[in-house]
Ligand binder design. Sequence first.
Ligand code: OGA
Ligand code: NI
Length: 357
Amino acid sequence: MSANYEDRDTLFNFVVKEGNGVKGLIDSGISCVPQPFVQPLSERIATPNGQTCEAVQPIDISQLDGPCHTEVAKQIVEAAETLGFFQVVNHGVSVELLELLKMSAHEFFEQPPENKAVYLKEVSPSKLVKYGTSFVPEKEKAIEWKDYVSMLYTNDDEALQHWPLQCREVALDFLKSSMAMVKRIVEVLVEDVGVILEEERMNSLMGTKMVNMNYYPTCPSPELTIGVGRHSDMGMLTVLLQDGIGGLYVKVDNGDWLEIPPLNGALVINVGDTLQILSNGKYKSAEHRVRTTNIGSRVSVPIFTAPNPSEKIGPLPEVVERDGVARYKEVLFQDYMNNFFSQPHDGKKSLDFARAD
Ligand code: OGA
Ligand code: NI
């Protein structure tokens, strides 16, 4: 007899508390979406939805230190000021590694649930590793159709010791081979607001690094659910590897949603709240979301970079002087983070925590 997944508590225990995940739910043979996953109408994504903007060409990031520096830097600055999203190629991460990352994400989530459940936050053997479903399922009106594992970076030894076996090596390789690019992009962006960050300050602003693996199981009724609800990322920059399934959307100024199309070999870069705050609003932390599909399971692998928890963040003084106004107040990043993780995804509401009164 199959369990009664229409009972919210039964479902919640099975999926979230026992760590079977959405993947476990699908594997149990359900053919329709249980009520707790059904989004309010305002959050649903009609499919097909949004335009795919073919005109947005990926940026060849290797040209940043060549004769075309000025032109490439300008492309990056413009993208960060408008959409807050862009794609890069020639980023220093090998195509083989990108393939291995997607494979190991599948490998991790396709394990039996008990192997993943050991990493549920209440019982995880390491504070660096957390496995779960949805963002803050306890507080959400509807649960997101997504399982994830997140791996916090402290140092190589701890990563290789504590991160899950299936992904530790590739995830660490990914982090290390993309970090130079991320720092270079941040440098370009702050240079454009007339600031040269000392190395120490740069390292503090980028001191928190986390690699996630997201798994969006195939969904019997994609029009009722969402993979990830509307949100912005809290940190400096996010690097994201997505597979070929698609479904990542960014909100544009007029309120429409634009798909960031899968592009083989490319990486997606997006601006987070911290960079919006530091730049006093010049750079846009992009509001984005992910739709679900019934064509197959989607994986993505984001790297989040953010300040050290002890770092104070606020608009850079040089920018405030030029703008004549500080649009954000100074906050302790730990406080910003606590606020961010305490509330369900709700667009760019996270930024209100730092908004100047
Ligand atoms: C995230 C996110 C997008 C994706 O994990 O914050 O926005 O494509 N992911 O999985
Ligand atoms: Ni995100």
